[in-house]
Design a protein around this ligand. Structure first.
Ligand code: GLY
Length: 571
């Protein structure tokens, strides 16, 4: 993280209520995040998201008699205004929903490849898969919210859009985090006139304390308020999107927009040491890959202590194997067969575990570089007083998506096409080398790593709602939170603040968090021991932005990741 970003983060943290926790064993003594997670407690209901204002809007919906879906819809649209790096109208996502007393639902509103997409469209110029018009898949977010509300919402649709419209029209106050975030991407944003006009008023990032109004976005939100999905996929908003495509060499057409459909999927059920988890099935790889990792790790009884070389080695080897399977076998189920049952079977995990040598690393051939973008997705969690629970992750992929704002309509487009295998054998921006199963085809959904997860306790009550941004690191971040809680007995605040480790087979290295102003959370002696076992070691910027809710003896606790700038709101 750059210096000003780090200072901005600390400014936010100092103003926050922080959880005072004792440092855990296995963490380098100068790791600064312990005790810095933002904690919110409430008796009945809770919302936690990447922006406290969006969480408060969700909480207010609950106070007005809305249910968890109503609150999720209002929070979603508010994030599209106040958290523009990832909140969106022009992206897609996944929602896990647990409806009291116990029904589970999974909604896929992932983007799809336009009808004119081809498997080789990025080979000549791979950069066009993440910046500019060609990078965008057909957005699914608005359809997703409309569908979730149609099936399960209680309050009038219009009332859920109104807070976001007000924020867009009247503006919201730019905090340190948002100002720094826009500044960090200002070069990309300045390449596209409507993005520059919206996010760089007076030619510069909006300063801290200024008010950012987005009148074009307000008009689009009003169209969605008045005409639901038709307000976005047809009419003047759709015309503006198509005109933007034509201006910049993009390929999304009116027919692509009209054809977009959400999909209700069968939630993926996993178990881990007495807990039941529900997570996202393909076309997200999140649930299946998380399941493989958990199943491998469950066989180690007891687990070595947190942060020990023995644990990190076993985790790295479990992650390596799970990502090799992910990359070779998972893709859009409408196009390829996904062996979900096999991959999430405990016997398959036992076999994978049997291939792990506890005394040395198993090398993966081929190193690839990581184009280290920040976490550009966003996760939020909601639980209402009746026990309905939403765990939702949404994305425009890179920070500020493809950097293109639709002229006159005020929303950024995604660069989700980069989540396909864009160049055979090549890595995408997450360093992921995907297989033919994730090749581009018209109408196909690109493989995701989003892992919105709902954990039930032995009494089948909601125990935890969890998810994170971070591309392919999302899956291991969710794993770390679960294992820190269940295996290492941490509080949720410590589980989220603890340093994270990542491995995805290629590049063949364990990746630890570290940055110029941030010391690594892993002790040097541990790194030396992992190298002795044969592991490559890399360092990368902070991983993820967890927004989680856990049941307590008196209600609910929300915890926001100290790596970023979210917050909870409950009652
Ligand atoms: N764009 C990140 C993901 O879907 O995993």
């Amino acid at each position: 993280m750059r210096r000003h970003a780090w200072l901005a983060l600390w400014g936010t943290l100092l103003a926050a209520k922080v959880a005072a926790q004792a440092p855990a064993q296995g963490i380098a003594p100068d790791w600064p995040l312990l005790g810095r997670a933002k904690v919110t407690e409430a008796g009945k209901a809770m919302v936690v998201s990447a922006h406290p204002v969006a969480s408060e809007i969700g909480r207010d919906v609950l106070l007005r008699g809305g249910n968890a879906i109503d609150a999720a819809v209002a929070t979603f649209f508010a994030l599209a205004v106040v958290h523009p790096e990832a909140g969106n109208l022009g992206g897609g996502g996944f929602m896990m929903y647990r409806r009291a007393p116990g029904y589970l639902h999974a909604l896929d509103f992932r983007e799809v490849a336009p009808g004119a997409a081809t498997p080789t469209m990025y080979v000549a110029d791979p950069a066009t898969s993440h910046t500019g018009h060609l990078a965008s898949g057909v957005p699914g977010s608005v359809a997703g919210m409309v569908e979730a509300h149609r099936r399960f919402g209680r309050l009038p649709w219009r009332s859920l859009l109104q807070p976001a419209i007000r924020l867009a029209r009247e503006g919201f106050v730019i905090d340190d985090f948002r100002s720094t975030s826009i500044r960090n991407d200002s070069t990309r944003l300045s390449k596209f006139p409507a993005s520059a006009a919206q996010f760089l008023p007076n030619g510069a990032p909006p300063p801290v304390g200024s008010t950012l109004a987005q009148p074009d976005l307000a008009r689009t939100l009003e169209a969605i308020r008045d005409r639901r999905a038709a307000g976005f996929y047809r009419g003047w908003v759709a015309d503006s999107l198509v005109a933007e495509m034509e201006r910049g060499g993009g390929i999304i057409t009116r027919a692509d927009l009209r054809a977009y459909r959400t999909v209700w999927r069968m939630p993926l059920r996993l178990t881990y040491r007495g807990y039941t988890l529900y997570s996202m099935p393909p076309v997200s790889s999140g649930g299946v890959t998380l399941g493989m990792i958990l199943n491998v790790m469950e066989g180690y009884k007891p687990l070595p202590p947190f942060g020990s070389p023995a644990l990190l080695h076993r985790e790295a080897e479990a992650f390596r194997r799970a990502y090799i399977e992910r990359n070779a076998k998972l893709g859009d189920p409408a196009f390829v067969k996904n062996p979900v049952t096999t991959l999430t079977n405990k016997r398959f995990a036992a076999w994978l575990r049997s291939t792990i040598d506890t005394a040395r690393a198993t090398l993966t051939p081929d190193a690839v570089k990581i184009l280290s973008e920040g976490p550009s997705t966003t996760h939020f969690s909601v639980v209402d007083a009746a026990g309905n629970a939403v765990s939702l992750t949404t994305t425009i992929n890179s920070l500020y998506g493809n950097a293109v704002t639709v002229r006159g309509a005020g929303f950024l487009l995604n660069d989700e096409m980069d989540d396909f295998m864009t160049v055979p054998g090549g890595a995408n921006q997450w360093g992921s080398v995907d297989g033919q199963v994730n090749a581009i085809a018209p109408g196909k959904r690109m493989l995701s790593s989003m892992t919105p997860t709902i954990v039930l306790d032995a009494r089948r009550r909601v125990h935890l709602l969890v998810g994170s941004p971070g591309g392919t690191t999302i899956i291991t971040t969710v794993y770390h939170i679960l294992s820190n809680l269940i295996d290492h007995g941490m509080t949720l605040a410590d589980a989220i603040a603890a340093p994270r480790m990542f491995h995805q087979a290629r590049p063949d290295s364990i990746q630890f968090e570290r940055d110029k102003e941030l010391p690594a959370g892993v002790p040097e002696a541990t790194v030396a021991e992992l190298q002795r076992l044969g592991h490559g070691i890399r360092y990368r910027p902070l991983i993820g932005d967890v927004a989680a809710i856990i049941r307590t003896a008196t209600g609910w606790q929300a915890v926001s990741d100290p790596r970023r700038s979210g917050g909870g709101a409950g009652h």
